[in-house]
Each structure stands twice: as structure tokens, then as C-alpha cells.
Design a protein around this ligand. Structure first.
Ligand code: KIV
Length: 277
């Protein structure tokens, strides 16, 4: 590969430099979750900037009630599928519960696995002040890292459910301090989840790194949605989600048509059959 083609391949790929430039220029960042090759290829070609292999795979792929059972091996596996499909989008591997909380060394080892075995270009972990040392150590290993503050699903038992954060003065101060700690620790961006729009806007103005909102209003530098929510693949949709398609209904209709045609002997037709010669 010539120096020129290395340079143009790099220019093409969304990197930490792209994210920083978007923040400077006030241009928004679009992020979706993805868990497999097929959807990652579609989203990458559609121009989605970042694909997050979220630990939400515990809910939407594995059918658990929480993200807590998801293992690092599982996220590494799904990250590999997504990374294989991506030409332009930045692939972010989510660090599951238990892969970074015990020690900063654990955090660095887990992040290295997501990059080395999964092919991620960045990792994400939950928590603010409490995760600052882990973020700093991962960043020191030259791995771009995103923070995640506000409603952090891995803290479901501490929060007492999936509750919007930052509605009281005390909670508001804590969410702001968490976001600032993430930036000071060296994160390249931060996900703001489940908080009043006004608070997310305030954090976005205070931070010099991009904020990516989910259930955090329109004042963030970017937005992320779980693909199953925005494509209508779940049996319910949270109120902060806009459903852009109803693939669940389409898939059910297709499956019913298939079953009927099999029962009625209409499929396969002659055009679907191999001939002897
Ligand atoms: O796991 C995930 O999908 C996430 C997003 C909701 C930000 O963390």
C-alpha cells in the first residue's frame, strides 16, 4: 500500500480525530448498536459514523432482563462480526459488567482483548468518577475510550431500576461531576443516557469531548439508539426512541406467508428447484 493510499484509507475511516472535529464544527455524530455482520454492513454503507457493540446484546440478542450476565468473550465475539463488515464506521466494543470493575489492570486487559481479538477501534465503559482510573489506564495504553454516565444499566441494582438520573439537585451535580471526571481521565467521548434534556445540554456545553445522547434530548453532540428499538424488533419501545421502521411486523408477515406456502405446496415453485442438467 502506498503512503497516499494509507492516508486516504485513514481519511475515510471515522476516527477519534473525526469525532473531535465534529465537536469543533458543531456537526452531529450518528451511532447505532450492531451485533452481527449483516446489520453492520447495512449500517456502515448507510453512513452511520460509529457502531457500538453494546452489552445491550444481553437484552436484545440473548433475551436477558439485564445486561449483567453478558461476558467479555461474548462481546469480543460479536465485535469481531461487526468489525468484519465495517469499512468506514468506527467500531466500539462495550466493556461488560465484571470486565473492568475489579482493577485497572483488568480494565486494560479487557480493552486490549476487544481491540486485538474483536477488531474494535475504541471501547466504552460505564461510570464516571468511579471509572476514571480505568479510563486513564486504557487511554494510556493508546486505546480510545468512551465513558458512559447518567443511567448506567450495569448499575441497575444500585439505582433500584432503570430510572432517569439527574432530576434532583444532588443527582444533577453528581452526573455533571461524573461527566467531567470522564473527560479529565482522557476519554474521547461520553455517552449520556437517561437524563433530562436540559442537563445533557449543559454537560455538552461544558465538555470539550463529544457527548452522545440516548434518552438525553437534542442538545448532545450525537445520538445513539439500540438497533432493535429503532427498527421495531422488540415487543415494546421506550418513550425516548423513534421507531424508523417496523421490521418486526415485516418479518412476521414474511414468516406467515412462508408457512402458508409450505402448507399449501406453493413453495418451492419450479423456479426454486435445481434441474438434473
Ligand atoms: O449497550 C448499549 O447498547 C449501550 C447504549 C445504550 C449506549 O450502552
Amino acid at each position: 500500500m502506498s503512503t497516499h493510499s494509507i492516508a486516504s484509507a485513514r481519511e475515510h475511516r471515522v476516527t477519534v480525530r473525526t469525532l473531535a472535529a465534529r465537536k469543533r464544527r458543531g456537526e452531529r455524530i450518528a451511532m447505532l448498536t450492531a451485533y452481527d455482520f449483516a446489520f453492520a454492513r447495512i449500517f456502515d454503507a448507510a453512513g452511520i459514523d460509529c457502531l457500538l457493540v453494546g452489552d445491550s446484546l444481553g437484552n436484545v440478542v440473548q433475551g436477558h432482563d439485564t445486561t449483567l450476565p453478558v461476558t467479555l468473550d461474548e462481546v469480543v465475539y460479536h465485535t469481531r462480526l461487526v468489525a468484519r463488515a465495517c469499512r468506514r464506521a468506527m467500531v466500539i466494543g462495550d466493556m461488560p459488567f465484571g470486565s473492568y470493575q475489579a482493577s485497572p489492570e483488568d480494565a486494560v486487559r479487557s480493552a486490549i482483548r476487544l481491540v486485538k481479538e474483536g477488531g474494535a477501534q475504541a471501547v466504552k465503559l460505564e461510570g464516571g468518577i468511579g471509572s476514571a482510573v480505568a479510563i486513564a489506564r486504557i487511554a494510556a495504553a493508546d486505546i480510545p475510550v468512551l465513558g458512559h454516565v447518567g443511567l448506567t444499566p450495569q448499575s441497575i441494582h444500585r439505582m433500584g431500576g432503570y430510572r432517569v438520573q439527574g432530576r434532583t439537585d444532588g443527582e444533577r451535580a453528581r452526573v455533571i461531576a461524573d461527566a467531567q471526571a470522564v473527560e479529565e481521565a482522557g476519554a474521547c467521548a461520553v455517552v449520556l443516557e437517561g437524563m433530562p434534556a436540559e442537563l445533557a445540554g449543559e454537560i455538552t456545553r461544558r465538555l470539550s469531548i463529544p457527548t452522545i445522547g440516548i434518552g438525553a434530548g437534542a442538545g448532545c453532540d450525537g445520538q445513539v439508539l439500540v438497533m432493535h428499538d429503532m427498527l421495531g424488533l422488540n415487543d415494546w419501545t421506550p418513550s425516548f426512541v423513534k421507531q424508523y421502521a417496523d421490521l418486526g411486523a415485516l418479518a412476521a408477515k414474511a414468516a406467515r406467508a412462508f408457512a402458508e406456502e409450505v402448507a399449501g405446496g406453493k413453495f418451492p415453485g419450479p423456479e426454486h428447484c435445481y434441474q438434473a442438467s
